[in-house]
Design a protein around this ligand. Sequence first.
Ligand SMILES: *Cc1c(COP(=O)(O)O)cnc(C)c1O
Length: 431
Amino acid sequence: MSGDTAKLGFDTLQVHAGWAGDPATGARQVPIYQNTAYLFRDADHAARLFNLEEVGYIYSRLTNPTVNALQGRIAALEGGAGATCCSSGHAAQIMALFPLMAPGDNVVVSNRLYGGSITQFTHTIRRFGWETRFVDIEDSGAVARACNKRTKAIFCESISNPGGHVTDLPKIAAIADRKGVPLIVDNTTATPYLCNPIAMGATLVVHSTTKYLSGNGTSMGGAIVDSGTFDWSASDKFPSLSQPEPAYHGLKFHEAFGPMAYTLHGHAVGLRDLGMTMAPMNAFQTLLGIETLSLRMDRHVANAQKVAEWLEADERVSFVSYPGLKSSAYAKRARRLYPKGAGALFTFGVKGGYESCIRLVDSLKLFSHLANLGDARSLVIHSASTTHRQLTPEQRAAAGAGDEVVRLSIGIEDAKDLIADLDQALAKAEV
Ligand SMILES: *Cc1c(COP(=O)(O)O)cnc(C)c1O
């Protein structure tokens, strides 16, 4: 089933979209196409494939049937025209910017991001001659002022990791529209079940599929979904898409492919030349994960609500950042934009500070102390001593990762067991 999926519900799409059975064998589940290259019928067929006159498989760095099924499924769940999967969430962020940016161009980026993304945007993308302009995404005036002629995109997270900040996506999308640039939303922590950035005006959505989409902590991966609605030819800002692309024998992608221009550029140029390809096995694991996404997210959210409420009432705890709590500054916005729940990732403060946090993470038994999120298991990390270690104290505070802050990714276990584990560890953490 890869045709018109617009009328089907989320629970149906997560099991069916992108795959109607194997055309070669009838295999119902998506097979792992563990192969590198594909036979051409004849020389004319090969020429048509290389000219992008016919859709088909050439070489698995560009396209692979297992990965393609996952691309179709994620695009359907996000309500996009097409998707490109790649080797990790960080690969997806580079791949998302690649068709848009040239040396000297800039991207306006929220300072409330996953720590690894802040590092990538602060240091690594400069090597490409790209500039990052960090802004407080709550300050829409600052977002608008940061955009200039060389701005090619605005980038933010839907629910930001780890601070529990809920971005006002319709408002930021309106600014992007006025500036004539795409809004790119990292929807990793919300997932397409809880949030649809495209429906709120985003042009591009990026994912670390490593997290909730794969769901079991087995497989690295990333995805970029394009809404298919941005007019790349409305200005001269996006020559890779609107002008003859020298990296693909002068093809004009937008003119030739319309709403699929950005996605096909991602496959034919991005994956071909950057090589950040998702492995078929990882695509398979991620497809299996997505089959239960809505069921898991409902449980993740219900558990997160119970654990957050319990923590907030505990006197050893200084604050809880969960947007599902009435006390959250973002509670009203979260209810408006995410009626099915505000995710399952939040931070809380331990009154004893840095030392107590270290004791807490060492005393927890059910929670796993590691650098990941979105696993079926509950996870804990002290961001200041781990993921956010490379950042300055100011960047840490802005990202909601100060010394006394512990981050939880609530899993799908019994909530009462998670609460009992936190209770005993908080007792051991007291200094
Ligand atoms: C994990 C994560 C990333 C990076 O994804 P990888 O798959 O680890 O490369 C990006 N954004 C967010 C919000 C994340 O949680």
